[in-house]
Design a protein around this ligand. Structure first.
Ligand SMILES: Cc1cc2nc3c(=O)[nH]c(=O)nc-3n(C[C@H](O)[C@H](O)[C@H](O)COP(=O)(O)OP(=O)(O)OC[C@H]3O[C@@H](n4cnc5c(N)ncnc54)[C@H](O)[C@@H]3O)c2cc1C
Length: 387
């Protein structure tokens, strides 16, 4: 990809999606300016472990990074095994031959994905302005040729409370699936290299996140007692939407600002990198953005909506079955099958869209889209969504 014309690119948001686009465009010689609302990259995270999933696509996530030209100059650990628990705390070891994911860290300190991508963007010549909030609806008329909206989630479709702390626990990858403890979501404890992330993610009853977090934490501590030292806690939300177009008024929406995410488990990093790459590619090749992200993602988002519907509809019994089955097969193969799009899922899609269609106002950033009917969270820690 070689840029023919040196024109100006503005990128709102310095998360994985915006930084991926910045790296590629700056390397191609474009004048790239990134505007970040906070005072550092990754500032909405707390050094927590996240996973770049490696089960929804044939292509290995590391191969994908290589194809995008991104260096792995950040903390990266493959994960091949875990322990799943159901609501009765019955444990199920799960494993895969190839990694089913890669642990990375998020945040503004240390070897995080955010800082690694920023270093690559700066090395390529991009400039960053902190504490500068761009309103996505304002398309610049000052000679800026392109605006990429990479501002992350705007409203809570799902909500998580997370804590990171130091610990002497051995390496642990535990996930607890219990609709009563984390409605529509799950709770998790990841320990690697003496650092732990405990989290509770929910998609229902959002205003009671503290209650679910505390109860889930107690449940984990009943299984293994662990002291919590040097802890940091944060709340964060996630966005999911379906759309025909992720372009509006000359703006390209990438990552969660465009509602790009795998809705089954709320995993968005791979989508953020993929759409950031597609937005850059569309500028470099002077072609429309929509066909590129559609080709890269295929029906994955639609399938993930149906998967989420099945996940929530099955209740704790369904989750127990899901867990047992995960342990019987190679986990990567098993979850890979969930990401396929058989005829019956395609048939179910319009029904799910109708059943969950939003009837009230929504504050998502992308103008035209389908999103799920859900009240905006009244959780006091989050406050109203900002543009
Ligand atoms: C607790 C939690 C755990 C998660 N775990 C995983 C996981 O394990 N695996 C996975 O794949 N995904 C996970 N996700 C989802 C993943 O973090 C997101 O999908 C991903 O960060 C999206 O990247 P992004 O670039 O779209 O947005 P973000 O990473 O949110 O970055 C957006 C940036 O834009 C800035 N910004 C916002 N508004 C403006 C504005 N108006 N002007 C300028 N800047 C602005 C923000 O400050 C932020 O830095 C998790 C999410 C949460 C909340």
């Amino acid at each position: 990809m070689v840029g023919q014309i040196r024109s100006k690119i503005k990128i709102a948001g310095a998360g994985p999606s915006g930084l991926t686009a910045a790296i590629l465009l700056a390397r191609a010689g474009y004048d790239v300016e990134i505007f970040e609302a906070r005072d550092a990259v990754g500032a909405r995270f707390i050094g927590d472990f996240q996973v770049i999933e490696n089960m929804s696509r044939e292509e290995d996530a590391l191969e994908m990074l290589k194809r995008f030209g991104l260096d792995t100059n950040f903390y990266l650990r493959p994960v091949r095994q875990a322990l799943f628990f159901d609501h009765r705390l019955r444990s199920q070891p799960v494993k895969s031959r190839r990694p089913f994911g890669y642990f990375i860290r998020r945040g503004s300190e240390g070897e995080t994905l955010d800082r690694g991508l920023l270093a690559q963007a700066l090395a390529a010549g991009a400039k960053i302005h902190y504490q500068t909030r761009i309103k996505p609806e304002e398309t610049e008329q000052d000679g800026t040729s392109h605006l990429i909206v990479a501002t992350g989630p705007a409203a809570p479709d799902g909500l998580a409370k997370e804590m990171t702390f130091t610990t002497s626990l051995p390496e642990t990858v535990w996930v607890l699936f219990d609709m009563n403890l984390s409605p529509g979501g799950y709770a998790y404890l990841f320990v690697l290299d003496g650092i732990a992330t405990f989290g509770c993610a929910i998609t229902q009853d959002l205003s009671r996140i503290n209650h679910y977090f505390d109860r889930s934490l107690r449940r984990f501590q009943e299984m293994v007692s662990f002291p919590i030292e040097n802890d940091r806690t944060a709340y964060s939300f996630m966005n999911f939407s379906l759309k025909e177009s992720a372009e509006a008024g000359g703006r390209r929406f990438v990552g969660e600002a465009g509602g790009f995410q795998d809705y089954l488990f709320g995993l968005g990093i791979r989508y953020a990198l993929t759409t950031g790459y597609a937005a850059a590619e569309s500028i470099l090749k002077n072609t429309p953005y929509d066909p590129l992200w559609k080709e890269a993602l295929g029906p994955a988002q639609e399938v993930s909506l149906v998967n989420r519907f099945l996940y929530e509809s099955g209740g704790n019994r369904g989750l127990s079955l899901f867990i047992r089955q995960s342990g019987r097969d190679d986990l990567q193969d098993y979850l890979g099958k969930w990401h396929r799009s058989p005829w019956w899922k395609r048939l179910l899609l319009p029904l799910v869209k109708w059943r969950w269609r939003r009837t009230d106002r929504c504050v998502h950033r992308l103008p035209a889209h389908w999103c799920r009917n859900k009240p905006v969270s009244s959780h006091p820690e989050l406050g109203p969504a900002k543009p």
